[in-house]
Write a new protein. Sequence first.
Length: 455
Amino acid sequence: MRQYEIISQDIKKKIEDGELQPGDKIPSLNQMRTLYQCSKGTVLKAYEVLEKDFVIFSKPQSGFYVADHLYIDHEDSEDYELHSGNPVVNATSFNEVQQCLNIAAKSYSYQSLDVSVRGVDSLNQILPAYLEEDGIYAASKNIYLIQGIAQMLTIFSSMPFPNHKETILIEEPSFAFYIRYLKAMNYPVKTIARDEKGIDLKQLEHIFKHDNIKFFYTIPHHHNPLGTCLNHATRKKIMALAQKYDVYIIEDDYFSHYDYTPKYLPLYYFANQSHCIYLRSYTKIIPFIRIGIAVVTDDFIEAMNHMSQISYYYSYHMPSLVSQATLEAYITSGIYRSQAQIITHKVQKKMALVKRKAKDWQPDIMKLTGGGSGYYFLLTLSPKINRDFFIQELKRQHILVTSNEENYYHTTDDNSIRLSVSKISLQDLDSVLDTIYQSAMRIYQRKNNAEMKHA
């Protein structure tokens, strides 16, 4: 066994034996180098292995700490909840939550939340450099703190835009909440189809050119409900078309830090400070707070400032002081990135399982659609399987799934169900997928037998 493997195994044993507890700081590189009579590089290699396995995590300018593995995939319920993408609060490490709240309380003990479009200065100061890591280059003046994406979509839909246009363009399928809102408010809406391959760029250009589009709302990354990602060339072309035809893009990156898309760049990266609004939520990683950001280009700052000021009286957009303080503590401590990596690792394993299972399914009974980005995926059913009956059949077996009906603006004959892996453990997912397929196969075979009798 190599020296770095011996070091990593010794640390794991101390954690298993209770000598090191979650949140404890482990010995420094120099201390371990002396103890094991080896180079600092050997110790660092051991720590890198442990960090990759989520046994420890690092804090900038502080050192390495034992990670908290008390992450819960599901609530204490007899149901398997695959119908919702919202993580439960206890999916977050309790020790890390406690640590960040302590940091937040100390740092913000003399702060107050005044009427402002900006929020707390210290958080705003760290956001530009933090966002640069994800290809979002923006000054503080372009970054606004918000409570959530859904709230901002309702505000953007009602407010005038600099292009003085009125029609809202959305993908179909898309975010169910926003579709319900658009229908309720009776705004002028145009749709464009999106599937596993993306969208028709020629059709998009025709719509931009002829249909008076105010903005195009899109979920390019980790699409809900498709579980897909628009490719690099498509994202770049969408932004170019928007600028050519004076259309704004509202880019919903609700699950940005769960990411296994290599070298992903958001649409905002291609905007060159024109015609793009980037929305990010942090509640998927830190589900006990409500906070996000809106990044706007220079041509939208005046409109955004006006909206922020008047919204105070009817739909206050600013996150609470606790939410701002907690997010700042998560970012500056390095825990946010660490926790995002843990969630990424878990979701990737679950999606890999889904894909392995799907390879053994008969595609004329049920086939996997999407599942390549984010934690949603679709199961497209045979026309011989009634979708609503199938959903009820699964419910009787304590498996909760949902249809895609609400994700379409127009009436559709879509015969698929949407599933999310956010609230189910890997072990449960394995057996639940078997149950789902077996149920589909029984219904399919009964339908076949019935048709043969009537033939």
